[in-house]
Design a protein around this ligand. Structure first.
Ligand code: HEM
Ligand code: HEM
Length: 176
């Protein structure tokens, strides 16, 4: 039992950030999977959705991290130390992911010599200029990490469901 006065559950803003980011990440994955072949309207539309969803993830990640450092998190749910450790590692990886993945995407597009155009708003984002050497590395990293995180996110979601269904503790309920 901890002596700290940590709250029982995640705060309303923390819950909001968590689930909005989940939806936007699902949308980014969906969009890139169904975009279709080069030169089609479908590709243009779904690529625009991918850029929008990913850029919003990055923006929310900044606010989310500030809120997390300010408000903290509830005390650990009682359980095996090895599972607590695993949860910490996975949560840290997920925090890194919501910054790194969209940043890699933006840098990949920019080093290809294009601004990231946020369609409908006509907002152009250019963080760096063209770079023929960096571009393929950034692309490899973005595609590789994107595919690897299907597994990390899946593990994290399975753990949450496992807590709820098997351990029947409040892990999932306190994030809702
Ligand atoms: C959390 C946010 C993001 C996730 C989860 C994500 C995920 C992915 C995945 C999995 C792929 C590769 C699909 C494949 O070929 O196997 C991909 C491709 C791509 N992503 Fe993202 N992405 C995100 C954000 C962004 C952002 C913000 C941008 C740029 C503004 C971006 C630009 C691209 C582009 C241009 C491709 C296509 C690469 C190519 O095939 O030439 N992504 N993304
Ligand atoms: C799409 C990807 C997801 C990302 C990036 C993500 C990210 C995170 C992060 C960073 C935390 C730690 C929160 C903190 O302490 O500040 C967290 C906690 C949590 N997530 Fe996710 N998550 C995702 C998907 C999911 C899904 C699909 C579920 C449920 C099935 C879920 C359930 C939970 C729960 C229950 C917690 C609280 C764990 C605890 O109390 O220690 N997450 N998530």
């Amino acid at each position: 039992m901890s002596m700290s006065r940590a709250p029982e559950r995640y705060s309303k803003p923390a819950v909001f950030f968590h689930w909005v980011v989940v939806v936007l990440i699902a949308l980014a994955y969906l969009a890139i999977e169904i975009r279709g072949p080069k030169g089609t309207d479908s590709r243009t539309f779904w690529t625009a959705i991918h850029f929008w969803a990913g850029t919003l993830v990055l923006s929310l990640a900044v606010l989310r991290l500030v809120w997390r450092l300010w408000a903290g998190a509830p005390a650990d749910v009682p359980g095996a130390p090895v599972l607590k450790f695993l949860a910490r590692v996975v949560h840290l990886a997920l925090y890194v992911f919501i910054f790194a993945q969209p940043l890699l995407g933006i840098l990949m597009v920019n080093t290809g010599g294009h601004p990231v155009t946020l369609a409908w708003l006509n907002l152009n984002v250019t963080l760096v200029g063209a770079d023929a050497i960096a571009r393929p590395l950034l692309k490899t990293a973005h595609v590789w990490i994107g595919n690897a995180f299907y597994w990390v996110i899946g593990l994290h979601a399975l753990a949450a469901i496992g807590h709820h269904v098997i351990f029947q503790d409040k892990t999932l309920r306190r994030m809702i």
